[in-house]
Design a protein around this ligand. Structure first.
Ligand code: NAI
Length: 338
């Protein structure tokens, strides 16, 4: 939906919230003068929305707050489009945007392999204790005790959500000689060709050695993995979540780790990550006790939402974002009657 009431300038000014040096580099490199980029360090939330004054578009990321209050404030500034530089729009109140006639665009597809390969990195590191071995060897401790792994070859991976990333992971898993179970209301013909067997969620949970989550966060998938689902898994299962934190109930994961039901846990996302990820908190006290507890387990590996973070993916995100914004204003202009 676009706001076609007013003619926009040919080169729209975009308030780009929550930018890091790598975002600025990628967006500047992709910008061919079609938009005017105003880079901001601050995250977008109701208090910082005023920083977009004088702009026609805002660009935001996964942990920005685009709830109804923020969107109401952006509407008062006559913001015409919200350009998400990510795939997920779960942090955007789409109804509020619609009611204020603000268009929302995103980057539905960028290098699904980047995320799938990071998943595999988590799996291999957890399985073989590569991160622990690295620390040991630096301390001249060459003991192998506690580093016993298992072959991925011949094991069963359960992929929940076989869209672009889930399918990329299925391709990699096939290369490793794994049996693939899949669960998704929409079957991927490529996954079927790769030998994946689509099963009900309870079957996938019960029969997988490794479970990886790749469905979007929507109301129906909130805490998709809770206490009951953890209990339904194989003893010692490896669970990987690189999708969205709130797909899993972190308390259920902690209980599963304590009982030994979960043998390995790899997380790139966390339900309350907004107050943690994408910043250096090494001199701060973390007050989130659930997160702190997760960090104490030797069989948990957490990365700070970096699965997407490859040069290839950043370039694609930047190009699509600039293109989305420029195209939006071009269409708005052409839809105005002279
Ligand atoms: P996609 O839209 O291509 O695929 C999502 C799949 O999930 C679809 O096939 C859909 O039918 C399926 N699905 C929906 N509800 C389901 C349910 N209840 N159970 C099982 N499957 C269900 O999305 P894509 O590109 O594969 O991304 C998946 C998710 O990965 C995104 O929603 C995003 O949250 C996350 N992501 C994480 C990144 C990171 O850096 N950690 C980067 C990019 C995406």
């Amino acid at each position: 939906m676009t706001n076609d009431q007013t003619r926009q300038p040919t080169q729209p000014t975009v308030a780009v919230f929550g930018t890091k040096p790598y975002d600025r580099d990628a967006l500047s490199a992709a910008n061919d003068g079609r938009v005017d980029l105003r880079f901001l360090d601050k995250h977008l939330d109701p208090h910082n929305a005023a920083l977009a004054e004088g702009c026609q578009a805002v660009c935001a990321f996964v942990n920005d707050d685009l709830g109804p209050e923020t969107i109401g404030r952006l509407a008062k500034l006559d913001i015409d489009v919200i350009a998400m530089r990510c795939a997920g729009v779960n942090n955007v109140d789409l109804d509020a945007a619609k009611s204020h006639n603000i268009a929302v665009v995103n980057v539905p597809s960028y290098s699904p392999e980047a995320v799938a390969e990071h998943c595999l990195g988590l799996m291999l590191s957890l399985n073989r204790g590569i991160h622990r071995a690295h620390n040991r060897v630096r301390e001249q401790n060459f003991s192998l005790t506690g580093l016993l792994g298992f072959n991925l070859h011949g094991k069963t991976i359960g992929i929940i959500g076989t869209g672009q990333i889930g399918t990329a992971l299925a391709r990699i898993s096939r290369g490793f000689g794994m049996r693939i179970l899949a669960h998704d209301p929409n079957q991927s013909s490529e996954c079927v060709e790769l030998g994946a067997r689509y099963v009900a969620l309870d079957v996938l949970l019960a029969d997988s050695d490794i479970i990886s989550l790749h469905c979007p966060l929507v109301p129906e998938t909130h805490h998709l993995i809770g206490t009951e689902e953890v209990q339904a898994m194989r003893d010692g299962v490896m669970l990987i979540n690189t999708s969205r934190g709130a797909l899993v109930d972190s308390s259920a994961l902690i209980a599963g780790l304590k009982s030994g039901k979960i043998g390995y846990l790899g997380l790139d996302v966390y339900e309350e990550e907004q107050s943690l990820f994408f910043r250096d908190l090494s001199s701060s006290v973390i007050t989130d006790d659930v997160f702190s507890r997760l960090l104490t387990f030797p069989n948990v590996l957490i990365t700070g939402h970096q699965a997407f973070f490859t040069a290839d993916a950043l370039g694609q995100i930047a190009e699509t974002t600039i293109d989305n914004i420029a195209t939006h204003f071009k269409q708005s202009e052409s839809s105005i009657e002279p």
